[in-house]
Ligand binder design. Structure first.
Ligand code: C5P
Length: 234
């Protein structure tokens, strides 16, 4: 199984991102990076292309959610950027996810991994029931959405590391679990609630862990990244 640590590059400008990444200049293994809405909206396709040119793998975390035709066409544009992973909201329906997959697939059949967000980890059980109008247990919704994503042909889901086991039981070991909410046993939890360590995420079955502040806010980001890789990839 290909396991990796993905650094969440949650920066507000290209300058900040490059300043952070310069610290990794001498690493022979280039870190896998996540570019989310903040950095993408600030720095656009240029930074994606430049980081690919520097040899990084990229998870472009834009969480698409729109009518199927729009998602299909948007995915076609993102596919041309040659990123390694992109995502959609599973709540957009199976039709929307399948359309996204179609748009993402290049003429030669190759494509980035496509994963689905089930329920954001910021959504509580109560908010899902009362505001989103979805009744029942949040874990059942997560598994239901993961099954929909699998039926639409997607490669996996983003979920809390504590939910990765549930997803794997429902969808099988090869269906990927990409998990944020990672903290070292001795570090601050920040605003994350359902968290675990890199080593425990590996035991539960995560394929990729997404780690932001434990690396980006560390005094020594390279050492923190290496520690994550040692604990998670072995
Ligand atoms: O700094 P931290 O390690 O908490 O960063 C986690 C990253 O994963 C952030 O970019 C956050 O937006 C993202 N994420 C998350 N929970 C989700 C989906 C994405 O924390 N359910």
């Amino acid at each position: 199984m290909e396991r990796d640590v993905i650094i969440a590059c949650d920066f507000g400008s290209a300058e900040e991102a490059y300043k952070f990444l310069d610290k990794f200049e001498n690493e022979s293994r280039k870190p896998y990076l996540k570019i989310g809405m903040e950095l993408y909206y600030a720095a656009g396709n240029e930074i994606v292309k430049e980081l690919k040119r520097r040899g990084h793998k990229i998870f472009l975390d834009l969480k698409l959610h729109d009518i199927p035709n729009t998602v299909k066409k948007a995915m076609k544009v993102l596919s041309a950027l040659d990123v390694d992973m992109v995502n959609v909201h599973a709540s957009g329906t199976k039709e929307m996810m399948a359309a996204g997959l179609e748009g993402l697939t290049r003429a030669d059949g190759s494509r980035p991994l496509l994963i689905a967000v089930t329920q954001l980890t910021s959504t509580s059980q109560q908010a899902m029931n009362e505001q989103l109008g979805i009744s029942g247990d949040i874990n059942d919704t997560i598994v239901h959405y993961a099954r929909n994503a699998q039926e639409a042909g997607l490669d996996g889901v983003v979920c809390s590391p504590l939910e990765a086991g549930l997803v794997k039981s429902a969808c099988g070991a090869t269906f990927k679990a990409i998990t944020p909410g990672i903290r070292f046993a001795d570090s601050a939890t920040d605003d994350q609630v359902r968290i675990t360590t890199p080593a425990r995420a590996r035991e539960i079955g995560s394929d990729y862990i997404v780690v932001g502040r434990p690396i980006t806010a560390s005094q020594d980001p390279v050492a923190a990244w290496r520690r994550c890789v040692d604990e998670f990839c072995g």
